[in-house]
Design a protein around this ligand. Structure first.
Ligand code: SAH
Length: 225
């Protein structure tokens, strides 16, 4: 799967994809992440990509043309399933959306800055608008990295144990069960004995029960859904 991320701050996206699972996924050619510097598409001699808002008010607005020429260049090279704008007024990202997007081949992600991007980019090019939560960040790069991570780890072969993404929180509408590793006793705190019993069916039943309890306590809204 291929991601093309358009940003004024490509440096911000170097680290999130340069380590661990996402780095390995790229080495294994399961995931490609291409970061495009929006300023390279500016025709302005100062390479600026923003301007004052029509109607006045605070903050700068990202202009149409650099985004348009980068998106159109990419779309001439291959077919894209989605052009996604990361924005606080988008639909809140959740596991279901990540699952759906993981069946795509090619996705473009637009990162905003300042006040955001000219509405006409959204009207003309954007097919999906996603938020990572009800708070405002200074740019779309971290949200874009979150989106890529959430999708990429679902692709076959990316996680070493393919079943592990399926047993994570939200996949079955429930939160995950508590987890433990050695030592079995730490400062008097013991691991639930059932996990040491070796009895797989009982362990699974315990985990199911814990998932339900945890979801009831912490996220009853998930059970109502
Ligand atoms: N004026 C906008 C906020 C702009 S923040 C508003 O009030 O809705 C600048 C950029 O950061 C946005 O264009 C977006 O790309 C990114 N951003 C900020 N918060 C975000 C969030 N919660 N989810 C996704 N992207 C976000």
């Amino acid at each position: 799967m291929r991601f093309d991320i358009i940003t004024v701050l490509p440096q911000l996206l170097e680290s999130p994809f340069g380590h661990s699972i996402l780095q390995r996924a790229q080495k294994k050619e399961l995931v490609e992440v291409h970061v495009h510097n929006l300023r390279d598409y500016s025709t302005n001699k100062h390479k600026s990509v923003d301007d004052y808002p029509y109607g006045g008010g605070s903050g700068m607005v990202m202009q149409i043309e650099p985004f348009a020429s980068c998106i159109e260049k990419l779309q001439n090279e291959r077919q894209y399933d989605e052009v996604i704008y990361m924005t606080p007024d988008g639909v809140t990202l959740n596991q279901e959306i990540a699952n759906e997007l993981s069946s795509s081949q090619n996705i473009i992600i637009l990162c905003g800055h300042y006040k955001g991007i000219d509405q006409r980019i959204r009207d003309v090019f954007v097919t999906k608008e996603l938020s990572i939560g009800d708070y405002v960040l200074s740019g779309g790069e971290l949200p874009a990295a979150i989106l890529v991570d959430a999708i990429a780890r679902l692709l076959p072969g990316v996680l070493s144990d393919e079943t592990s993404a399926l047993s994570d929180s939200f996949q079955d509408g429930l939160l995950d069960a508590p987890i433990y590793t050695r030592p079995a006793i730490w400062r008097g705190h013991v691991v639930p004995p059932i996990l040491l019993s070796g009895h797989e069916a009982k362990i699974n039943a315990w985990r199911d029960d814990q998932q339900l309890k945890r979801t009831q306590e912490r996220r009853p809204d998930l059970l109502n859904d």
